[in-house]
Design a protein around this ligand. Structure first.
Ligand SMILES: [Zn+2]
Ligand SMILES: [Zn+2]
Length: 381
């Protein structure tokens, strides 16, 4: 613990040898004296003396902070937020001179010039905007480059949960990526990573870009379907992460678009880390090569006895349970089967018999194909 009179000789020595601005000189001693204003302390230590030369350490950077404050205000003007963080880049030569003075005079435990610049900018920005500085988990983060006078802004993503119902065939679940950037986001696609909005993914993305701003969306689907599948009942659950949103809050109501409806929309903390376990009720229309023997159809009931084993080309093996089977013969070569099954059963392969055992073609002793299949409901556990 020091007092003012103890530090004045060394402060005078430094000030005599190096031209320092009030801020830089004060910073060297304010911590030991438990003072909060480097500027006031520096001024006092210099006794009103003002050099014509630029500050040896910062080259008068502290006089230009208003300019950087303006950069921060401008770059964040389209964002709605409460908390912010800040990262700063300055010329290495400034850091070097700061280090040199501190080690030459053996000054320990003081703020670096970078920390001090950040502190000053935080003071200015908070005073001007009433936003709250949060270094741990801010809603937006400024990266201020004092070398080339640029300010980058990153906004923390938000995640939304919802369910969709698809009431017309032919709408794809996923959207093709932008041809130019393959989904990363570029000028051609307005940084959305997609240029068309006709799929379930596209329709949902478009809605949320409108509500929250943002660049790209990232979906975690609870299961998937064919373009030709309907999704009925309470709908298929999904999580979507919106990157770089400009708004973080919005009233989320159920929405009806042409053939796509959205339900249960809500903002959540994050997408689940592990895939969620779910069961689906699926109605499958199956075409058989030979005529259907009604006695054979009865064997479908046995599908609930043993798990269905799925072999992937990669060597991976997985099992899916079927809990319930109902069927109805429609014509000589067509029947409809409604199953309740664990999510992730590959329906087309299960009917044809492509590395899935048991399968419908083997069970009925005739090659079968799924003409179409619809999701009547999807239940998340
Ligand atoms: Zn300075
Ligand atoms: Zn693009």
């Amino acid at each position: 613990m020091s007092n003012y009179f103890q530090i004045t000789p060394i402060a005078n020595e430094i000030a005599k040898k190096y031209d320092l601005c009030d801020q830089c000189l004060g910073r060297l001693f304010s911590k030991q004296l438990h003072l909060s204003s480097n500027k006031l302390l520096g001024r006092k230590l210099k006794n009103g003396y003002d050099s014509k030369n630029k500050c040896y350490v910062c080259k008068n950077l502290f006089f230009t902070l208003d300019h950087f404050l303006k950069l921060m205000i401008n770059s964040s003007s389209n964002y709605v937020f409460k908390t912010y963080g800040i990262g700063i880049m300055i010329k290495p030569s400034i850091v070097d001179r700061d280090d040199f003075i501190r080690s030459k005079y053996n000054l320990k435990g003081i703020d670096s010039i970078k920390t001090d610049i950040a502190k000053e900018l935080i003071k200015l920005f908070t005073k001007k905007t009433k936003k709250i500085m949060d270094s741990l988990d801010p809603e937006i983060t400024f990266t201020l480059n004092l070398k080339d006078e640029s300010c980058q802004l990153r906004s923390k993503s938000i995640t939304i949960f919802g369910r969709y119902v698809k009431s017309r065939r032919g709408i794809p679940q996923k959207q093709k990526s932008c041809d130019n950037c393959f989904g990363k986001g570029c000028r051609m696609c307005d940084f959305h990573g997609i240029t068309e909005f006709e799929s379930v993914e596209g329709i949902i993305s478009k809605l949320f870009f409108k509500k929250f701003g943002g660049t790209t969306t990232k979906f975690s689907w609870i299961g998937g379907e064919d373009n030709s599948s309907l999704v009925l009942g309470s709908g298929r659950p999904f999580f979507v992460k919106i990157k770089n949103p400009s708004k973080r809050k919005s009233i989320l109501r159920d929405r009806k678009f042409d053939f796509i409806s959205l339900y249960n929309l809500k903002i959540v903390n994050a997408s689940p880390k592990k895939p969620l376990h779910f069961n689906s009720i699926i109605k499958i229309k199956i075409f058989t090569t030979s005529q259907i023997d009604s006695k054979d159809l009865k064997k479908l009931k046995d599908l609930t006895d043993t798990p269905i084993v799925i072999y992937e080309k990669s060597g991976k093996r997985s099992e899916k349970k079927i809990f319930d089977v109902k069927y109805r013969k429609n014509s000589k070569n067509v029947f409809t089967m409604t199953i309740t099954a664990e999510g992730g059963l590959p329906i087309r392969r299960f009917i044809v018999g492509d590395d899935v055992l048991p399968n419908i073609s083997i069970l009925l002793h005739t090659p079968c194909v799924a003409q179409e299949f619809d999701f009547l409901d999807i239940m998340v556990e």
